[in-house]
Design a binder for this molecule. Structure first.
Ligand SMILES: Nc1ncnc2c1ncn2[C@@H]1O[C@H](COP(=O)(O)OP(=O)(O)O)[C@@H](O)[C@H]1O
Ligand SMILES: Cc1ncc(COP(=O)(O)O)c(C=O)c1O
Ligand SMILES: [Mg+2]
Length: 287
């Protein structure tokens, strides 16, 4: 069984951060070790706001030390990071990754650079963006930005698929081994579908799924995508198949969420599709 240290937000109600990613990863057979960067009542996109606190500086380091003390750190196969409560937590994650790689050189770091989106209401503390651009980029094996995050990471404006692929390749040149663009948005080839892109040394692959007309778009979809992609890779699927399985599972979750007119992702109701997704959309090689 593969072991994933998952460092991201916790929400009491609903699905974002670890509250979106942990259950699906476990459903795919992973042993998941969650560390929470914040504990909030709900995600930050509720009009009524949220309650709760950011975990104190030093806590990630302390918990990782505890794992080392019981001899478990060497058993960690992958670190996943997402929503951070402070830039200091970013530095602690990078230090934890270095510590884990020192005792298990096979371990990988999957970084979802959650940067916040003031227009959408995703609120992330100042300084976190800078952490992703500098330290996280240098440490990550796999990066999973949305289009806006990719633009910020590469200091480029991206209008079409070719520009997005070039930007991803610049990240590969910087040492990242795989880039998953979770949402092509305005750079998509077909605005009537929801498209994602995967770029690694073997090539560039586009996958699409139906676009649902949500009244209010659900949150935590990016966190779900990152968790599923990492879990599928750890389960032994090659990158393109892992990408297709991730896309299919996310589609099943979104379809159910849409059919129920729910705001929060319907992960429990769709757990069987998460574990055994039916692939309707194959990835298309685009470069
Ligand atoms: N198939 C789909 N149809 C409609 N909306 C979708 C679909 N898949 C994802 N979304 C929405 O698209 C948005 C993508 O958000 P974005 O901030 O670009 O990336 P992410 O949340 O993946 O980091 C999310 O609000 C999500 O609810
Ligand atoms: C607490 C928290 N965690 C994580 C996220 C990231 O969610 P997404 O997967 O939609 O990028 C958000 C977005 O608002 C959030 O409020
Ligand atoms: Mg996101």
């Amino acid at each position: 069984m593969k072991r994933i240290l998952s460092i991201q937000s916790h929400v009491v109600f609903g699905c974002a951060g670890n509250s979106s990613a942990v259950f699906p990863m476990r459903r795919l057979g992973m042993e998941v070790w969650p560390i929470n960067t914040v504990q909030f009542s709900n995600h930050t996109q509720y009009a009524q706001g949220w309650k709760g606190t950011v975990m104190p500086v030093g806590q990630i380091t302390e918990l990782v030390q505890g794992l080392d003390n019981i001899g478990e750190l060497r058993n960690c196969d992958a670190v996943l990071s997402g929503y951070l409560g402070s830039p200091e937590q970013g530095a602690e994650i990078v230090a934890a990754v270095a510590k884990i790689k020192a005792v298990n050189p096979q371990a990988i770091y999957f970084c979802d650079p959650v940067m916040g989106h003031p227009e959408k209401g995703c609120i992330v503390t100042a300084g976190v963006q800078e952490f992703f651009k500098t330290k996280a980029l240098a440490a990550a094996d796999i990066l999973a930005p949305n289009l806006l995050e990719l633009e910020t990471l590469t200091d480029r404006q991206l209008h079409n698929l070719d520009e997005v692929i070039d930007a991803c390749k610049s990240l590969l040149e910087a040492g990242v081994k795989m880039v998953l663009v979770k949402h092509l948005a305005k750079a998509a080839t077909n605005q009537e579908q929801f498209e994602m892109l995967l770029v690694d040394k073997s090539g560039s692959y586009l996958v699409s799924r139906p676009l649902y007309e949500f009244e209010k778009q659900p949150v935590g979809v990016g966190d779900l995508i990152s968790g599923l992609m990492l879990a599928n890779l750890q389960a032994g699927y090659q990158s393109v198949e892992a990408f297709e399985r991730t896309n299919a599972a996310v589609d099943a979750v979104l379809l159910e969420t849409f059919n129920l007119q729910a705001y929060e992702l319907q992960l429990v109701r769709t757990q069987d599709a998460i574990a055994s997704p039916v692939i309707n959309d194959r990835a298309k090689r685009v470069k």
